[in-house]
Design a protein around this ligand. Structure first.
Ligand code: NAP
Length: 305
């Protein structure tokens, strides 16, 4: 069954998905924060996707959560800390067999959303695509990547994967989505907080090799303790490879802090520390890193949850 793609949040990733689906002729509708955002969006005349210096504007219809009509398919494209709060007002509109696709980085927000919508299907995504907002309603497609999709509760593939194919959204369905999300979370925990604390590019971490290696040992132990041994395999080597391959880049957490934006710490390092505590697993270096990051964020006037 083909149905409308409702996209909650027209930020970087939400706009990237919305524009590609719309240009492939799929029915797309944006759900924005409030009437003021809808008015600002309509005044701009649509969403603009900038790809290889070419800009194309797509006049995708937009509404707020209180708009009319049932929602069968919802792409949740908010930050992890906003996801469940943004989904809550949509509950009366969700069809009984609704499917939600959750694009959030890290772990924990997916469960918060799933708890709100026990009758809907929640599909988790892990994306390595890169996009950023150049201005409101203008998104730059900055890095080609891939999207892994999966449902830890049900292995059957959804009926709309061919629509992603039509839209040129690179993807694969995987039964191991939790392993992928845990691996990405572990890579993030080993790199991003240290780039914030040492105020450096990813490559700067080659000067802190021992600190990174110690964190990798603890992260691998955590992954094994929480039933993700595959995510632990070769973690330290991959972390080193990522540091080398992205040496000139600033991590997403570093960029958030520099720009005074709230980070997703609660769903990344914070989640790792909470799960470790739940398993009675003592990880002193990871916990110390978390405390240092919280202190750093507080000292810079940023939320640490
Ligand atoms: P973003 O650019 O900040 O976009 C988030 C959007 O959510 C904003 O447009 C915001 O609206 C909207 N929003 C928040 N609360 C809302 C509500 N109640 N109703 C409607 N809209 C609401 O974030 P992003 O970079 O796309 O990231 C989204 C997720 O994808 C994050 O978990 C991130 O880690 C992950 N991710 C991002 C990338 C990337 O390259 N950007 C890559 C991989 C993964 P306003 O515009 O009104 O503030």
């Amino acid at each position: 069954m083909s149905s409308t793609w409702h996209i909650l949040g027209a930020g970087s990733l939400g706009s990237l998905w919305a524009c590609r689906l719309a240009r492939a002729g799929k029915a797309v509708r944006l759900i924005l924060r409030d009437d003021e955002r809808v008015a600002a969006y309509e005044a701009a005349g649509g969403l603009t996707l900038i790809e290889q210096d070419q800009a194309h504007t797509h006049a995708i219809p937009a509404q707020t959560a209180t708009g009319a009509g049932p929602i069968h398919r919802l792409l949740v494209a908010c930050k992890a800390y906003d996801a469940h709060k943004a989904v809550a007002p949509l509950l009366p509109r969700l069809a009984p067999n609704a499917e939600l696709i959750l694009l959030q980085n890290g772990l924990g927000s997916q469960d918060e959303v799933a708890a709100l919508v026990p009758h809907a299907r929640c599909i988790f995504a892990s994306s390595t695509e890169g996009a950023f907002r150049q201005a409101d309603w203008q998104v730059v497609f900055a890095g080609h990547g891939f999207n892994w999709l999966g449902d830890p509760a049900r292995p059957s593939t959804p009926g709309w994967l061919d629509e992603l194919e039509d839209a040129g959204i690179p993807h694969q369905w995987t039964p191991d989505i939790l392993t992928r999300l845990w691996r990405k979370l572990a890579l993030n925990c080993a790199i991003n907080p240290l780039t914030v604390l040492h105020e450096c590019r990813n490559g700067g971490l080659s000067e802190h090799h021992c600190e990174v290696a110690t964190l990798c040992v603890e992260l691998a132990e955590l992954l094994r303790r929480c039933g993700q041994p595959q995510a632990a395999d070769g973690l330290a080597e991959e972390v080193e490879r990522v540091i080398q391959a992205t040496a000139a880049n600033y991590s997403s957490m570093y960029q958030d802090v520099r720009q005074g934006r709230r980070t997703e710490i609660h769903y990344l390092l914070g989640h790792a520390c909470r799960i470790a505590a739940r398993h009675g697993c003592e990880l002193p270096h990871l916990e110390r890193l978390h405390r240092r990051l919280v202190e750093y964020l507080n000292a810079h006037g940023l939320p640490s949850d």
